[in-house]
Ligand binder design. Structure first.
Ligand code: HDD
Length: 712
């Protein structure tokens, strides 16, 4: 597609959708054909010598079908193999010309098509969605100046400071190489062995031990570009920039026990949730925010802007909201789109550039390199989901899976035979110029001293968490280290916690039967090689900030109940008014009601109306719902004697979910919970629907964890 002056993205046009449309087929009403377009008249029987005879080698239809099948798999991503994607659009709220010349960040009339992919990091393609893990948050902007990829995570910092350690980190967290377990889990010896020897990983570890690692939904997590990038404006002036995605669905998490159970009951929990939300028109939205730091302020922070294990607290540099991404279309085909999409932090447009963050610099090599083996050659940019909107016009011609047909005899530059085409583009024509940065340096394999404060930011993070978030983090450390078999590894981590928060080290230590003690000597690499032992703590920077509320999830609740899933536990003879009114109201608020009864089929209300049952107690599990409602009715007594129904309610309570019961529905509550529990927060027996709705907005009543547990 040729790009005109203003770009093709205005007035609701979606050039990416049009482009994909050219490669999309629909079998509806068509005859079955071979890969060569030949119509097939029998797809049930292979060609044989006689009805009972051996199959003939000649059967080209059989051979073609089986050959294709035999080669249907491609290597999964080395990391982030498990993912879910969706199409959408990015709309700019305000021009950012002061900072960047990127066109899609300058004209508010432009609607930029996007494709987003969310992923877990450690697990294989078929692993559970709800492992404790960092989530990938990658967005491809199909801009009029070419593809721009923002390849981030749902946590604002990273485990390591230098890309050279990435293979080690991933080898440590992946299933152990001799036994190939555990799958999609960091709770094992090799991971914590590595971590215990890498103090720089502590900040990210605090994030992964927090509820951020257990998102309620992919729609309900923040995204971060992590590295410091640069914005470059028309005058060539540079500002440092950090990118943030803020979900309008709120930021909410699961309970760890719940997440583990979901892995058994519905390991596609997140993928399904994203698909269903988009399918039902509840399009998830994120606002894009930027933290901008003038070039001259680079050294004004008590940490290094180039260090990817550090964030800039929003309390120090506010996030300026500049636009919104809406995901509004599910892929037509998972393999063609979500599996074959190839992101790369080096896919840039003029106006955005890199910083010298050594992790980012290493990433710039890795992403193209990995696609070559994953997608089978250097032409992966021609796969429809990866194609840029502007035509690709260069001198590349060959390689495996080349589909573009370039005309003419000239495939080099400079040339006279081709009239000098394709031309190099100057600044005025939108040519990309790398930011010219003055560097006077020696070639050296070393880290800057400004990278050695490993503990003040995890301390700030921990101090900023609410009471229940702190408790979850303590439990997460205790769980993960509890799964570690080698005691000295546990001890090293507990000792390291002491450098961050004494009470945390004590709690985790107690749970593991260990006493935290000061590290006898710094771990190799954790301080500069020429530093003295007594200098160990001198690298702790002074943040001048004791707490940063922006780091906590606790005040980031969704403002409404859109796309939440509410379980209705019902039986025949249900009270019509309670059942239909609550159902109607909840549906009007765009939440989903799932009717659950003892068996599949229909339920008949007291007045004789019939409603289809969505799930029976044999298949339904409380862990995949946000709240439970039990309307009254004569059938409640049957539910009271059904162990699955009683467990359903008790389990929802255990995971701190809102529960409401009307009329005789309260009997099921009494059967499942003790008296004290029923009187507690988040249990609604008032019959007031607005109370229940408020409870659903609240999402969880974590204070319940402090009361004696329910055996669910
Ligand atoms: Fe990476 C995939 C995010 C560091 C090497 N990475 C990948 C994906 C995300 C990230 C979201 C999945 C993209 C998709 O959905 O296809 N990676 C990050 C972030 C990092 C990071 C936020 C640190 C701030 N990554 C990182 C380093 C290296 C890599 C330091 C190597 C030196 N990452 C890769 C890779 C992957 C990848 C091996 C695997 C599949 C792919 O690229 O396309 O090249």
């Amino acid at each position: 597609m040729k790009i005109d002056e203003k770009g093709p993205f205005e007035d609701g046009a979606n050039p990416k959708k049009e482009q994909l449309g050219k490669f999309t087929t629909d079998n509806n009403g068509e005859y079955l054909t071979t890969d060569q377009g030949l119509k097939i008249n029998d797809d049930q029987n292979s060609l044989k010598s006689g009805e009972r005879g051996a199959t003939l080698l000649e059967d080209f239809i059989l051979r073609e079908k089986i050959t294709h099948f035999d080669h249907e798999r491609i290597p999964e991503r080395i990391v982030h193999a498990r993912g879910s994607g969706a199409h959408g659009v990015f709309e700019l709220y305000k021009p950012m010309a002061k900072y960047t010349k990127a066109k899609f960040l300058n004209e508010t009339s432009i609607k930029t098509p996007v494709f987003a992919r969310f992923s877990t990091v450690a697990g294989s393609k078929g692993s559970t969605d709800v492992a404790r893990d960092t989530r990938g948050f990658a967005v491809k902007f199909y801009t009029q100046e070419g593809n721009y990829d923002l390849v981030g995570n749902n946590m604002p910092v990273f485990f390591i400071q230098d890309a050279i350690k990435f293979p080690d980190l991933i080898h440590a967290v992946k299933p152990e190489p001799d036994r190939e377990f555990p799958q999609a889990a960091s709770a094992h010896d090799t991971f914590w062995d590595f971590i215990s020897l890498m103090p720089e990983s502590m900040h990210h570890i605090f994030w992964t031990m927090s509820d951020r690692a257990l998102p309620r939904s992919l729609r309900m997590m923040e995204g971060f570009g992590i590295h410091t990038f640069r914005f470059i404006n028309d005058e060539g002036k540079s500002h440092f920039v950090k990118f943030h995605w803020k979900p309008l669905q709120g930021v909410m998490g699961l309970a760890w026990d719940e997440a583990q159970r979901i892995s058994g009951k519905d390991s596609d929990f997140h993928r399904k949730d994203l698909w269903e939300a988009i399918d039902s028109g509840h399009f998830p939205e994120w606002e894009l925010g930027v933290q901008i730091v003038p070039q001259e302020d680079e050294h004004k922070f008590p940490f290094d802007l180039l260090d990817p294990t550090k964030l800039i607290p929003e309390e120090m540099v506010p996030v300026e909201i500049i636009g919104k991404m809406t995901l509004n279309r599910n892929p037509d085909n998972f393999f063609a789109e979500t599996e074959q999409v190839a992101f790369h932090p080096g896919h840039l447009v003029p106006g955005i550039d890199f910083s010298n963050d050594p992790l980012l610099q290493g990433r710039l090599f890795s992403y193209t390199d990995t696609q070559i083996s994953r997608l089978g050659g250097p032409n992966f940019h021609e796969i429809p989901i990866n194609k840029s909107i502007p035509d690709v016009t260069n001198n590349q011609r060959q390689g495996i899976h080349r589909t573009q047909i370039n005309t003419g005899r000239v495939s080099y530059h400079p040339n006279s035979l081709g009239g000098g085409c394709p031309f190099q583009a100057g600044q005025a024509e939108g040519g990309f110029n790398s930011y010219e940065e003055r560097i006077d340096s020696v070639k050296i394999r070393k880290r800057s001293k400004s990278f050695f404060d490993h503990f003040s930011q995890p301390e700030l993070f921990y101090n900023s968490l609410s009471k229940h978030e702190k408790r979850h983090l303590q439990n997460a450390f205790s769980f993960e280290l509890g799964k570690v078999k080698t005691v000295p590894i546990r001890q090293r981590v507990v000792n390291m916690l002491l450098e961050i928060d004494e009470s945390l080290a004590k709690i985790v230590g107690d749970n593991l039967g260990l006493i935290a003690s000061r590290l006898p000597q710094p771990i190799t690499g954790s301080i500069p090689a020429d530093a003295k032992l007594e200098d160990y703590h001198s690298f702790k920077g002074d943040l001048d900030l004791k707490e940063a509320p922006s780091l906590s999830m606790s005040d980031k609740l969704q403002k409404d109940i859109k796309a939440r899933k509410i379980a209705f536990l019902v039986a025949d003879g249900v009270d019509d008014k309670a059942f239909t009114e609550v159902k109607k109201h909840i549906c009007e608020l765009d939440a989903t009601v799932i009717i659950i009864a003892e068996k599949q089929g229909f339920i008949t209300t007291k007045a004789g109306d019939q409603f289809p049952i969505d799930e029976s107690l044999l298949t339904a599990a409380s862990v995949v719902f946000d709240a439970v409602y039990i309307p009254g009715g004569e059938g409640v007594k049957n539910l009271c004697s059904n162990a699955d129904a009683v467990h359903f309610v008790a389990e929802a309570f255990k995971h701190c979910k809102p529960i409401s019961a009307d009329g005789s529905g309260i009997e099921l509550l009494q059967k499942s919970l003790n008296e004290e529990a029923i009187k507690g927060e988040g249990i609604c027996t008032s019959g007031k629907l607005e109370d229940f709705i408020e409870d659903i907005k609240q999402h969880r009543f974590w204070s319940r964890e402090e009361t004696p547990d329910v055996p669910a």
